[in-house]
Design a protein around this ligand. Structure first.
Ligand code: MG
Length: 356
């Protein structure tokens, strides 16, 4: 048995732009667990602004976990206890992914079958438009989304700019549901233009954290989803009367049982549910896809889409699609992606190995 923990920085092909920031690299800790015949892999997604984890904290926690375990029951996904070990949520997700991947390869089944036998057969992913795609570039690219049920568009926070893009989208693709992510960038001045939001399906986090009560005036025009305001299940229950839907980011929740329990509680509170993420390699995207198929109450999907195309140096094989924007349930054993060791080595800044 061997455990290897890799601290990685991966360059993006194009920057990820929201109303708050622009990023041109992606941080990841890649965990490999091998029994000599099979290898399981997992990726942690340390994002200080989302889950409070840094590349260093995630690497150090994964190394401490690797140093603490013993061969035996603690090496299976079913006896993995992230609460006991005080792991950050995405670090728990990465370790659990590697354990699930290894175990499902050992017994020869797709990973999602280990999580839940009652999984769905097909999901429809939402399209994505970054905050920097506007004007002629947006107009030219919109036809690509004609077959989608939903498109999720990041806004810039400049109201004239935002409504120009919203109106352009709705005139060009009137039958596609528009979901906008404002990332906290609006204030009350948007009320003067609220009637232009009639027909938008979803507005994600329009106002800054702490101003959740402002949402209710917009809910006469469109559904409102909260993301940044909800960092915990406690937050979700506190703000449930100011939203219609919740973005329970996978990176905030961590391991499978937390995701499953959180989604169940959100549905009981009458909320539509989404588990978004940020840029990740196909390793974490594959894990998210298995979760999306295994968690029956999830309403919206984007996280399990292949991500390699946005990363300069993909560090896993590509997730296959049957027919975009739809994906069929994964049939390959384990996660269904293979690691490119040479690409991994080029992205790795530091690593730790333990043989046991
Ligand atoms: Mg968001």
């Amino acid at each position: 048995m061997e455990i290897k923990v890799n601290k990685c920085v991966i360059r993006r092909t194009i920057p990820f732009v929201t109303s708050q920031a622009s990023q041109d690299t992606v941080n990841a800790v890649i965990i490999q667990i091998s029994d000599g015949e099979h290898m399981g892999v997992g990726e942690t997604c340390p994002r200080p602004h989302i889950n409070g984890e840094t590349l260093d904290s995630s690497f150090n926690q994964a190394v401490a976990w690797a140093q603490s375990i013993e061969v035996g029951p603690s090496i299976t996904p079913f006896s993995f206890d992230p609460g006991y070990t005080q792991l950050g949520s995405s670090t728990a997700m990465g370790i659990e992914s590697a354990l699930f991947d290894l175990y499902s390869r050992q017994i020869g089944v797709p990973l999602h079958r280990l999580m839940n036998d009652q999984q769905r057969e097909i999901v429809s992913y939402a399209g994505f438009i970054g905050a920097n795609v506007k004007g002629q570039k947006l107009q030219k690219g919109l036809h690509r989304y004609a077959d989608y049920d939903f498109v999720r568009m990041k806004l810039s926070g400049d109201l004239n700019d935002d409504f120009e893009r919203i109106n352009m989208f709705r005139e060009t693709l009137p039958s596609v549901s528009l979901w906008i992510d404002v990332n906290q960038a609006w204030d009350e001045t948007v009320y003067d233009r609220a009637s232009e939001l009639d027909g938008v399906y979803m507005i994600e986090q329009p106002f800054s954290v702490g101003r959740e009560s402002l949402n209710n005036k917009l809910r006469d025009h469109a559904h409102v989803m909260l993301d940044e305001s909800v960092q915990s299940l406690e937050d979700m229950h506190r703000f449930k009367d100011t939203m219609d839907a919740v973005n329970l980011k996978l990176l905030k929740l961590g391991h499978y049982s937390a995701v499953h329990e959180s989604v169940m509680q959100a549905k009981e509170a009458g909320l539509q549910t989404y588990c978004g993420g940020t840029t990740m390699t196909d390793i974490a995207a594959a894990y998210a896809r298995h979760l999306e198929f295994a968690v029956p109450s999830l309403d919206f999907f984007t996280t399990g889409k292949p991500r390699a195309s946005v990363l300069k140096e993909p560090i896993s094989g590509s997730l296959g699609y049957s027919m975009e924007p739809l994906a069929l349930s994964p049939q390959d054993v384990g996660l269904g992606v293979e690691l490119y060791e040479d690409a991994l080595a080029r992205c790795t800044r530091e690593y730790f190995v333990r043989r046991l």
